[in-house]
Design a binder for this molecule. Structure first.
Ligand code: UN1
Length: 499
Protein backbone atom coordinates (compact mmCIF):
# COMPACT_ATOMS: atom_id res chain seq x y z
CA UNK A 1 0.00 0.00 0.00
CA UNK A 2 1.07 3.57 -0.63
CA UNK A 3 1.85 5.48 2.53
CA UNK A 4 2.25 9.20 3.17
CA UNK A 5 5.98 8.68 2.61
CA UNK A 6 5.48 7.11 -0.84
CA UNK A 7 6.96 9.36 -3.44
CA UNK A 8 4.79 10.70 -6.25
CA UNK A 9 6.12 11.20 -9.75
CA UNK A 10 4.94 13.19 -12.74
CA UNK A 11 4.94 13.23 -16.50
CA UNK A 12 7.69 15.17 -18.24
CA UNK A 13 6.30 17.40 -20.98
CA UNK A 14 8.11 20.26 -22.71
CA UNK A 15 10.79 20.21 -20.00
CA UNK A 16 8.26 20.52 -17.13
CA UNK A 17 7.19 17.93 -14.57
CA UNK A 18 3.40 17.81 -14.64
CA UNK A 19 0.55 15.70 -13.25
CA UNK A 20 -1.91 13.89 -15.48
CA UNK A 21 -4.80 16.14 -16.49
CA UNK A 22 -7.22 13.75 -14.78
CA UNK A 23 -5.21 13.75 -11.52
CA UNK A 24 -5.46 9.95 -11.46
CA UNK A 25 -2.55 7.76 -10.43
CA UNK A 26 -1.24 4.20 -10.35
CA UNK A 27 1.42 2.50 -8.23
CA UNK A 28 4.62 0.74 -9.12
CA UNK A 29 5.34 -2.21 -6.82
CA UNK A 30 8.39 -4.27 -6.01
CA UNK A 31 7.67 -7.78 -7.39
CA UNK A 32 9.87 -9.44 -4.76
CA UNK A 33 7.95 -8.15 -1.74
CA UNK A 34 4.99 -6.05 -2.85
CA UNK A 35 6.36 -2.77 -1.46
CA UNK A 36 5.31 0.39 -3.24
CA UNK A 37 8.09 1.98 -5.28
CA UNK A 38 6.18 5.13 -6.21
CA UNK A 39 2.95 6.66 -7.44
CA UNK A 40 2.69 7.74 -11.08
CA UNK A 41 0.22 9.73 -13.16
CA UNK A 42 -2.40 7.63 -14.93
CA UNK A 43 -2.46 9.71 -18.07
CA UNK A 44 -5.02 9.91 -20.83
CA UNK A 45 -5.32 11.17 -24.40
CA UNK A 46 -5.20 14.80 -23.24
CA UNK A 47 -1.74 14.32 -21.71
CA UNK A 48 -0.51 12.54 -24.82
CA UNK A 49 -1.75 15.41 -26.99
CA UNK A 50 0.16 17.94 -24.88
CA UNK A 51 3.32 15.87 -25.07
CA UNK A 52 3.00 15.43 -28.83
CA UNK A 53 2.53 19.19 -29.23
CA UNK A 54 5.68 19.83 -27.17
CA UNK A 55 7.64 17.26 -29.18
CA UNK A 56 6.38 18.70 -32.45
CA UNK A 57 7.51 22.20 -31.52
CA UNK A 58 10.89 20.98 -30.25
CA UNK A 59 11.42 19.07 -33.50
CA UNK A 60 11.71 22.27 -35.53
CA UNK A 61 14.89 23.22 -33.66
CA UNK A 62 16.26 19.74 -32.82
CA UNK A 63 16.31 18.59 -36.46
CA UNK A 64 18.66 21.50 -37.21
CA UNK A 65 21.13 20.74 -34.41
CA UNK A 66 24.17 19.21 -36.17
CA UNK A 67 24.13 15.44 -35.77
CA UNK A 68 27.62 15.34 -34.18
CA UNK A 69 26.30 17.70 -31.45
CA UNK A 70 23.29 15.46 -30.92
CA UNK A 71 25.72 12.56 -30.67
CA UNK A 72 27.78 14.39 -28.03
CA UNK A 73 24.70 14.59 -25.82
CA UNK A 74 24.37 10.81 -26.13
CA UNK A 75 28.04 10.41 -25.17
CA UNK A 76 27.39 12.53 -22.07
CA UNK A 77 24.31 10.47 -21.30
CA UNK A 78 26.29 7.24 -21.65
CA UNK A 79 28.93 8.66 -19.32
CA UNK A 80 26.37 9.67 -16.68
CA UNK A 81 24.72 6.28 -16.92
CA UNK A 82 28.09 4.58 -16.44
CA UNK A 83 28.72 6.69 -13.33
CA UNK A 84 25.29 5.76 -11.94
CA UNK A 85 25.27 2.17 -13.16
CA UNK A 86 25.08 0.65 -9.68
CA UNK A 87 22.19 2.89 -8.61
CA UNK A 88 20.22 2.09 -11.74
CA UNK A 89 20.91 -1.64 -11.32
CA UNK A 90 19.79 -1.53 -7.71
CA UNK A 91 16.59 0.29 -8.63
CA UNK A 92 15.98 -2.27 -11.38
CA UNK A 93 16.40 -5.16 -8.97
CA UNK A 94 13.73 -3.51 -6.80
CA UNK A 95 11.29 -2.29 -9.43
CA UNK A 96 11.55 -5.04 -12.05
CA UNK A 97 13.05 -7.93 -10.08
CA UNK A 98 16.03 -9.12 -12.10
CA UNK A 99 19.16 -10.12 -10.19
CA UNK A 100 21.87 -7.49 -9.78
CA UNK A 101 24.44 -8.80 -12.29
CA UNK A 102 21.73 -8.99 -14.96
CA UNK A 103 20.37 -5.58 -13.99
CA UNK A 104 23.88 -4.16 -14.39
CA UNK A 105 24.01 -5.84 -17.80
CA UNK A 106 20.74 -4.18 -18.77
CA UNK A 107 22.18 -0.78 -17.86
CA UNK A 108 25.44 -1.62 -19.65
CA UNK A 109 23.49 -2.37 -22.80
CA UNK A 110 22.08 1.17 -22.66
CA UNK A 111 25.56 2.62 -22.08
CA UNK A 112 26.83 0.67 -25.10
CA UNK A 113 23.92 1.83 -27.22
CA UNK A 114 24.39 5.46 -26.23
CA UNK A 115 28.07 5.36 -27.20
CA UNK A 116 27.36 3.49 -30.41
CA UNK A 117 24.64 5.90 -31.49
CA UNK A 118 26.68 8.87 -30.20
CA UNK A 119 29.32 7.89 -32.77
CA UNK A 120 26.62 7.68 -35.41
CA UNK A 121 26.34 11.45 -35.11
CA UNK A 122 29.54 11.68 -37.15
CA UNK A 123 28.46 9.04 -39.64
CA UNK A 124 24.80 8.76 -40.60
CA UNK A 125 26.24 7.80 -43.96
CA UNK A 126 24.37 8.28 -47.17
CA UNK A 127 25.65 7.62 -50.67
CA UNK A 128 27.10 9.73 -53.41
CA UNK A 129 26.82 8.32 -56.89
CA UNK A 130 27.67 9.38 -60.43
CA UNK A 131 24.96 10.98 -62.53
CA UNK A 132 24.05 9.77 -65.99
CA UNK A 133 24.32 13.40 -67.11
CA UNK A 134 27.30 15.75 -67.24
CA UNK A 135 27.85 18.41 -64.59
CA UNK A 136 25.36 16.89 -62.21
CA UNK A 137 25.89 15.51 -58.71
CA UNK A 138 23.75 12.83 -57.02
CA UNK A 139 23.52 11.81 -53.40
CA UNK A 140 21.18 10.28 -50.86
CA UNK A 141 20.90 11.48 -47.28
CA UNK A 142 19.03 10.32 -44.19
CA UNK A 143 16.36 12.76 -42.96
CA UNK A 144 14.69 12.75 -39.55
CA UNK A 145 10.97 12.02 -39.63
CA UNK A 146 9.42 13.91 -36.70
CA UNK A 147 7.81 12.81 -33.44
CA UNK A 148 8.47 9.19 -32.51
CA UNK A 149 6.11 7.32 -30.18
CA UNK A 150 8.19 4.95 -28.03
CA UNK A 151 6.33 2.15 -26.21
CA UNK A 152 8.55 -0.14 -24.16
CA UNK A 153 8.19 -3.27 -22.04
CA UNK A 154 9.24 -3.86 -18.44
CA UNK A 155 11.66 -6.73 -19.01
CA UNK A 156 14.59 -4.57 -20.21
CA UNK A 157 13.49 -1.30 -18.64
CA UNK A 158 16.69 0.63 -19.42
CA UNK A 159 18.20 -1.24 -22.38
CA UNK A 160 15.13 -1.26 -24.60
CA UNK A 161 14.29 2.45 -24.17
CA UNK A 162 17.91 3.15 -25.17
CA UNK A 163 17.59 0.96 -28.29
CA UNK A 164 14.75 3.17 -29.45
CA UNK A 165 15.48 6.61 -28.02
CA UNK A 166 19.24 6.85 -28.74
CA UNK A 167 18.98 6.22 -32.51
CA UNK A 168 15.79 8.28 -32.80
CA UNK A 169 17.54 11.23 -31.17
CA UNK A 170 20.80 11.11 -33.07
CA UNK A 171 18.81 11.02 -36.30
CA UNK A 172 17.09 14.27 -35.29
CA UNK A 173 13.65 13.11 -34.17
CA UNK A 174 11.83 14.06 -30.97
CA UNK A 175 10.15 11.61 -28.63
CA UNK A 176 7.03 10.86 -26.65
CA UNK A 177 7.93 7.92 -24.43
CA UNK A 178 5.48 5.65 -22.64
CA UNK A 179 7.39 3.39 -20.25
CA UNK A 180 5.79 0.12 -19.10
CA UNK A 181 3.41 0.57 -16.16
CA UNK A 182 5.39 -2.08 -14.24
CA UNK A 183 8.63 -0.08 -14.42
CA UNK A 184 7.71 3.63 -14.55
CA UNK A 185 10.40 4.81 -12.15
CA UNK A 186 13.18 3.41 -14.31
CA UNK A 187 11.59 5.15 -17.31
CA UNK A 188 11.44 8.41 -15.43
CA UNK A 189 15.09 8.15 -14.25
CA UNK A 190 16.18 7.40 -17.80
CA UNK A 191 14.61 10.60 -19.07
CA UNK A 192 15.79 12.67 -16.13
CA UNK A 193 19.34 11.65 -17.00
CA UNK A 194 18.83 12.50 -20.67
CA UNK A 195 17.78 16.00 -19.62
CA UNK A 196 20.83 16.24 -17.37
CA UNK A 197 23.01 15.20 -20.31
CA UNK A 198 21.71 18.19 -22.25
CA UNK A 199 18.69 17.01 -24.24
CA UNK A 200 16.68 20.24 -24.70
CA UNK A 201 13.16 20.74 -23.32
CA UNK A 202 10.47 19.06 -25.39
CA UNK A 203 12.85 16.77 -27.26
CA UNK A 204 12.09 13.79 -24.97
CA UNK A 205 8.75 13.70 -23.15
CA UNK A 206 7.39 11.03 -20.83
CA UNK A 207 3.74 10.17 -20.45
CA UNK A 208 3.01 7.43 -17.91
CA UNK A 209 -0.01 5.21 -18.11
CA UNK A 210 -1.55 2.19 -19.75
CA UNK A 211 -1.46 0.98 -23.31
CA UNK A 212 -5.22 1.33 -23.65
CA UNK A 213 -5.11 5.09 -23.11
CA UNK A 214 -1.60 6.47 -23.58
CA UNK A 215 -0.33 3.88 -26.06
CA UNK A 216 -3.47 3.90 -28.13
CA UNK A 217 -3.55 7.69 -28.44
CA UNK A 218 0.08 7.75 -29.49
CA UNK A 219 -0.59 5.11 -32.11
CA UNK A 220 -3.55 7.03 -33.53
CA UNK A 221 -2.19 10.57 -33.16
CA UNK A 222 -1.84 12.15 -36.62
CA UNK A 223 1.30 14.07 -35.59
CA UNK A 224 3.26 10.96 -34.55
CA UNK A 225 4.57 9.50 -37.82
CA UNK A 226 6.69 6.74 -36.25
CA UNK A 227 5.76 4.16 -33.62
CA UNK A 228 8.28 1.75 -32.15
CA UNK A 229 6.92 -0.97 -29.90
CA UNK A 230 8.37 -3.95 -28.09
CA UNK A 231 5.54 -6.06 -26.75
CA UNK A 232 3.28 -9.01 -27.41
CA UNK A 233 2.26 -10.22 -30.85
CA UNK A 234 -1.35 -9.35 -30.04
CA UNK A 235 -0.46 -5.74 -29.18
CA UNK A 236 1.73 -5.49 -32.25
CA UNK A 237 -1.08 -6.49 -34.58
CA UNK A 238 -3.46 -4.00 -32.94
CA UNK A 239 -0.87 -1.22 -33.22
CA UNK A 240 -0.27 -1.95 -36.88
CA UNK A 241 -4.00 -1.88 -37.58
CA UNK A 242 -4.65 1.31 -35.64
CA UNK A 243 -1.67 3.10 -37.20
CA UNK A 244 -2.70 2.17 -40.73
CA UNK A 245 -5.09 5.09 -41.32
CA UNK A 246 -2.19 7.50 -40.94
CA UNK A 247 0.23 5.29 -42.92
CA UNK A 248 2.66 5.40 -40.02
CA UNK A 249 6.03 3.77 -39.93
CA UNK A 250 5.61 1.03 -37.37
CA UNK A 251 8.54 -0.87 -35.94
CA UNK A 252 7.50 -3.98 -34.01
CA UNK A 253 9.58 -6.32 -31.89
CA UNK A 254 7.25 -9.04 -30.63
CA UNK A 255 7.36 -12.51 -29.17
CA UNK A 256 9.67 -15.48 -29.36
CA UNK A 257 9.62 -19.21 -28.75
CA UNK A 258 13.31 -19.72 -29.10
CA UNK A 259 15.01 -23.09 -29.16
CA UNK A 260 18.44 -24.39 -28.33
CA UNK A 261 19.43 -27.42 -30.39
CA UNK A 262 21.87 -29.86 -28.80
CA UNK A 263 23.39 -32.46 -31.11
CA UNK A 264 25.07 -35.67 -29.94
CA UNK A 265 28.56 -34.35 -30.69
CA UNK A 266 28.09 -31.24 -28.53
CA UNK A 267 29.97 -30.32 -25.37
CA UNK A 268 27.14 -31.27 -23.03
CA UNK A 269 28.43 -29.31 -20.01
CA UNK A 270 28.66 -26.18 -22.12
CA UNK A 271 25.17 -26.81 -23.49
CA UNK A 272 23.73 -27.22 -19.98
CA UNK A 273 25.28 -23.91 -18.93
CA UNK A 274 23.88 -22.21 -22.02
CA UNK A 275 20.41 -23.66 -21.46
CA UNK A 276 20.26 -22.67 -17.79
CA UNK A 277 21.38 -19.13 -18.58
CA UNK A 278 18.97 -18.75 -21.50
CA UNK A 279 15.94 -20.46 -19.94
CA UNK A 280 16.11 -19.19 -16.38
CA UNK A 281 18.08 -15.93 -16.61
CA UNK A 282 15.75 -12.96 -15.97
CA UNK A 283 13.34 -15.69 -14.76
CA UNK A 284 12.78 -16.54 -18.42
CA UNK A 285 11.27 -13.14 -19.08
CA UNK A 286 13.23 -12.31 -22.20
CA UNK A 287 11.93 -12.27 -25.76
CA UNK A 288 15.10 -14.23 -26.46
CA UNK A 289 14.65 -16.82 -23.67
CA UNK A 290 15.13 -20.49 -24.54
CA UNK A 291 11.73 -21.97 -23.88
CA UNK A 292 12.48 -25.07 -25.97
CA UNK A 293 15.48 -27.39 -25.96
CA UNK A 294 15.69 -29.74 -28.92
CA UNK A 295 17.99 -32.66 -28.18
CA UNK A 296 19.31 -35.40 -30.45
CA UNK A 297 18.28 -38.76 -28.99
CA UNK A 298 21.78 -40.01 -28.10
CA UNK A 299 22.36 -37.00 -25.84
CA UNK A 300 18.85 -36.71 -24.44
CA UNK A 301 19.04 -38.76 -21.21
CA UNK A 302 22.39 -37.35 -20.13
CA UNK A 303 21.43 -33.78 -20.90
CA UNK A 304 18.09 -34.08 -19.13
CA UNK A 305 19.76 -35.48 -16.02
CA UNK A 306 22.42 -32.80 -15.80
CA UNK A 307 20.01 -29.99 -16.64
CA UNK A 308 17.52 -30.95 -13.95
CA UNK A 309 20.33 -31.24 -11.39
CA UNK A 310 21.60 -27.72 -12.15
CA UNK A 311 18.09 -26.21 -12.28
CA UNK A 312 17.27 -27.61 -8.86
CA UNK A 313 20.28 -25.88 -7.34
CA UNK A 314 19.25 -22.42 -8.54
CA UNK A 315 18.52 -20.07 -5.67
CA UNK A 316 15.38 -17.97 -5.78
CA UNK A 317 15.20 -14.65 -3.99
CA UNK A 318 15.03 -10.88 -4.27
CA UNK A 319 17.22 -9.67 -7.11
CA UNK A 320 19.27 -7.38 -4.92
CA UNK A 321 20.47 -10.18 -2.62
CA UNK A 322 23.91 -11.65 -3.16
CA UNK A 323 23.97 -15.22 -4.46
CA UNK A 324 20.43 -15.20 -5.87
CA UNK A 325 20.15 -16.82 -9.31
CA UNK A 326 16.50 -16.27 -10.16
CA UNK A 327 14.42 -13.26 -9.12
CA UNK A 328 10.64 -12.92 -9.05
CA UNK A 329 8.43 -12.66 -12.12
CA UNK A 330 6.92 -9.29 -12.77
CA UNK A 331 3.43 -9.47 -11.24
CA UNK A 332 0.53 -11.63 -10.11
CA UNK A 333 -0.90 -11.91 -13.63
CA UNK A 334 2.43 -13.21 -14.96
CA UNK A 335 2.70 -15.70 -12.11
CA UNK A 336 -0.76 -17.04 -12.85
CA UNK A 337 -0.12 -17.28 -16.57
CA UNK A 338 3.16 -19.14 -16.04
CA UNK A 339 1.52 -21.53 -13.59
CA UNK A 340 -1.40 -22.14 -15.94
CA UNK A 341 1.08 -23.38 -18.55
CA UNK A 342 2.33 -25.95 -16.07
CA UNK A 343 -1.23 -27.28 -15.92
CA UNK A 344 -1.50 -27.16 -19.69
CA UNK A 345 1.77 -29.09 -20.08
CA UNK A 346 0.65 -31.80 -17.68
CA UNK A 347 -2.73 -32.10 -19.37
CA UNK A 348 -1.03 -32.43 -22.73
CA UNK A 349 0.95 -35.39 -21.41
CA UNK A 350 4.38 -33.80 -21.06
CA UNK A 351 6.49 -35.04 -18.17
CA UNK A 352 7.14 -32.46 -15.44
CA UNK A 353 10.78 -33.08 -14.52
CA UNK A 354 11.24 -30.31 -11.98
CA UNK A 355 9.57 -27.13 -10.71
CA UNK A 356 6.02 -26.43 -11.76
CA UNK A 357 5.07 -24.57 -8.64
CA UNK A 358 4.76 -21.15 -7.13
CA UNK A 359 7.52 -20.72 -4.57
CA UNK A 360 6.92 -19.19 -1.16
CA UNK A 361 8.33 -19.13 2.35
CA UNK A 362 12.04 -18.97 3.14
CA UNK A 363 12.54 -15.25 2.63
CA UNK A 364 10.38 -15.18 -0.48
CA UNK A 365 7.63 -13.34 1.40
CA UNK A 366 4.92 -11.84 -0.76
CA UNK A 367 6.98 -12.01 -3.93
CA UNK A 368 5.96 -13.54 -7.25
CA UNK A 369 8.42 -16.40 -7.37
CA UNK A 370 8.16 -19.42 -9.66
CA UNK A 371 10.37 -22.48 -9.52
CA UNK A 372 12.53 -23.14 -12.59
CA UNK A 373 10.42 -25.62 -14.52
CA UNK A 374 11.49 -28.27 -17.02
CA UNK A 375 9.16 -30.48 -19.00
CA UNK A 376 10.48 -33.61 -20.68
CA UNK A 377 9.08 -35.75 -23.53
CA UNK A 378 7.45 -32.72 -25.06
CA UNK A 379 5.85 -33.09 -28.44
CA UNK A 380 6.75 -30.15 -30.78
CA UNK A 381 3.07 -29.42 -31.39
CA UNK A 382 2.07 -29.09 -27.73
CA UNK A 383 0.99 -25.67 -26.54
CA UNK A 384 3.95 -25.48 -24.12
CA UNK A 385 6.19 -25.91 -27.18
CA UNK A 386 4.34 -23.38 -29.32
CA UNK A 387 3.17 -20.49 -27.14
CA UNK A 388 5.24 -17.83 -25.43
CA UNK A 389 5.07 -18.38 -21.66
CA UNK A 390 7.50 -15.60 -20.65
CA UNK A 391 8.60 -17.31 -17.47
CA UNK A 392 11.14 -19.84 -16.17
CA UNK A 393 9.69 -22.80 -18.05
CA UNK A 394 11.39 -24.80 -20.77
CA UNK A 395 10.43 -27.86 -22.79
CA UNK A 396 12.73 -30.72 -23.82
CA UNK A 397 11.99 -32.20 -27.22
CA UNK A 398 13.70 -35.35 -28.52
CA UNK A 399 14.72 -35.59 -32.22
CA UNK A 400 16.60 -38.10 -34.38
CA UNK A 401 19.05 -35.89 -36.26
CA UNK A 402 20.16 -32.36 -37.13
CA UNK A 403 17.65 -32.00 -39.98
CA UNK A 404 14.73 -32.86 -37.76
CA UNK A 405 16.10 -30.52 -35.08
CA UNK A 406 16.10 -27.59 -37.50
CA UNK A 407 12.60 -28.49 -38.71
CA UNK A 408 11.27 -28.56 -35.15
CA UNK A 409 13.08 -25.34 -34.27
CA UNK A 410 11.40 -23.65 -37.26
CA UNK A 411 7.97 -25.16 -36.57
CA UNK A 412 6.57 -22.20 -34.64
CA UNK A 413 4.94 -18.89 -35.51
CA UNK A 414 7.85 -16.81 -34.16
CA UNK A 415 11.42 -16.33 -35.41
CA UNK A 416 13.54 -14.30 -33.00
CA UNK A 417 16.53 -16.20 -31.62
CA UNK A 418 17.93 -19.67 -32.21
CA UNK A 419 20.94 -21.70 -31.17
CA UNK A 420 22.81 -24.90 -31.88
CA UNK A 421 25.44 -26.72 -29.85
CA UNK A 422 27.61 -28.90 -32.10
CA UNK A 423 31.28 -29.45 -32.86
CA UNK A 424 30.51 -30.28 -36.50
CA UNK A 425 31.26 -27.21 -38.60
CA UNK A 426 29.14 -28.45 -41.51
CA UNK A 427 26.08 -28.87 -39.31
CA UNK A 428 26.69 -25.48 -37.72
CA UNK A 429 26.83 -23.77 -41.11
CA UNK A 430 23.70 -25.56 -42.31
CA UNK A 431 21.89 -24.39 -39.19
CA UNK A 432 23.14 -20.82 -39.75
CA UNK A 433 21.54 -20.98 -43.17
CA UNK A 434 18.36 -22.88 -42.37
CA UNK A 435 17.17 -21.69 -38.94
CA UNK A 436 14.29 -19.28 -39.49
CA UNK A 437 15.24 -16.59 -36.99
CA UNK A 438 16.67 -13.09 -36.87
CA UNK A 439 19.45 -14.28 -34.57
CA UNK A 440 21.42 -17.55 -34.52
CA UNK A 441 24.03 -18.52 -31.93
CA UNK A 442 26.58 -21.29 -32.40
CA UNK A 443 27.71 -22.96 -29.18
CA UNK A 444 25.99 -20.35 -27.04
CA UNK A 445 22.44 -19.99 -25.72
CA UNK A 446 19.71 -17.85 -27.24
CA UNK A 447 20.46 -14.66 -25.29
CA UNK A 448 23.31 -12.19 -25.39
CA UNK A 449 22.66 -9.85 -28.31
CA UNK A 450 25.16 -6.99 -28.71
CA UNK A 451 24.08 -3.47 -29.60
CA UNK A 452 25.98 -3.01 -32.85
CA UNK A 453 24.21 -5.87 -34.64
CA UNK A 454 20.62 -5.81 -35.86
CA UNK A 455 18.15 -7.17 -33.30
CA UNK A 456 14.78 -8.57 -34.26
CA UNK A 457 13.12 -11.52 -35.85
CA UNK A 458 11.32 -13.06 -38.78
CA UNK A 459 7.77 -14.42 -39.11
CA UNK A 460 5.47 -13.53 -36.17
CA UNK A 461 8.25 -11.79 -34.25
CA UNK A 462 8.01 -8.55 -36.16
CA UNK A 463 7.19 -6.73 -39.36
CA UNK A 464 10.53 -6.75 -41.13
CA UNK A 465 12.34 -4.02 -39.24
CA UNK A 466 15.29 -4.31 -36.89
CA UNK A 467 16.48 -2.30 -33.97
CA UNK A 468 20.10 -1.82 -32.85
CA UNK A 469 23.01 -1.79 -35.27
CA UNK A 470 22.93 0.23 -38.47
CA UNK A 471 19.50 -1.24 -39.19
CA UNK A 472 17.98 0.93 -36.44
CA UNK A 473 18.71 4.03 -38.52
CA UNK A 474 16.25 2.81 -41.14
CA UNK A 475 13.44 2.95 -38.58
CA UNK A 476 14.13 6.53 -37.59
CA UNK A 477 15.01 8.17 -40.90
CA UNK A 478 13.62 8.59 -44.38
CA UNK A 479 15.92 8.57 -47.39
CA UNK A 480 16.07 11.66 -49.54
CA UNK A 481 17.69 11.53 -52.96
CA UNK A 482 19.21 14.82 -54.06
CA UNK A 483 20.21 15.80 -57.60
CA UNK A 484 22.37 18.90 -58.08
CA UNK A 485 22.63 20.10 -61.66
CA UNK A 486 25.50 22.53 -62.18
CA UNK A 487 25.44 22.50 -65.99
CA UNK A 488 23.37 25.66 -66.27
CA UNK A 489 21.12 23.88 -68.78
CA UNK A 490 17.93 21.88 -68.44
CA UNK A 491 19.19 18.30 -68.73
CA UNK A 492 16.61 15.56 -69.11
CA UNK A 493 17.29 12.24 -67.40
CA UNK A 494 16.64 9.18 -69.55
CA UNK A 495 16.27 11.42 -72.63
CA UNK A 496 19.44 13.46 -73.11
CA UNK A 497 22.42 11.18 -73.65
CA UNK A 498 25.65 13.11 -73.29
CA UNK A 499 28.73 11.73 -75.00
C1 UN1 B 1 14.52 -8.89 -24.88
O1 UN1 B 1 14.44 -9.99 -24.42
O2 UN1 B 1 13.50 -8.21 -25.09
O3 UN1 B 1 20.04 -10.78 -26.10
C2 UN1 B 1 15.82 -8.24 -25.16
C3 UN1 B 1 19.50 -10.54 -25.04
C4 UN1 B 1 19.50 -9.13 -24.51
C5 UN1 B 1 18.31 -8.38 -25.01
C6 UN1 B 1 17.01 -9.10 -24.85
N1 UN1 B 1 20.72 -8.49 -24.90
O4 UN1 B 1 18.91 -11.40 -24.41
Amino acid sequence: MATAATKSFKNFIGGEWVDAASGETFESRNPANGETIGVFPRSSAEDVDRAVEAAKQAYEEWRLVPAPRRGEILFRFGQLLAEQKDDFADLMAHEMGKVLPEAAGDVQEAIDMSFYMGGEGRRLFGQTTPSELRDKFNMSVRMPIGVVGVITPWNFPIAIPSWKIAPALVCGNTIVFKPATDTPLLGERFVELLAEAGVPAGVVNVVHGGGGEVGDRLVRHPDVPVITLTGSRETGVAVLRNAADNLKHVHLELGGKNAIIVLEDADIDLAVEGIVWSAFGTAGQRCTAASRVIVQEGAYEELQKRLVAVAEKLRLGPGWEEGVDVGPVINQGALEKIHSYTGIGKDEGAKLLTGGEIAGGDGLGDGYFYRPTIFGDVDPGMRIAQEEIFGPTTALIRVRDADEAVRVSNGIEFGLSSSIFTRDVNKAFRAMRDLEAGITYINAGTIGAEVHLPFGGVKGTGNGHREAGQAALDVFTEWKSIYVDYSGKLQKAQIDTPS
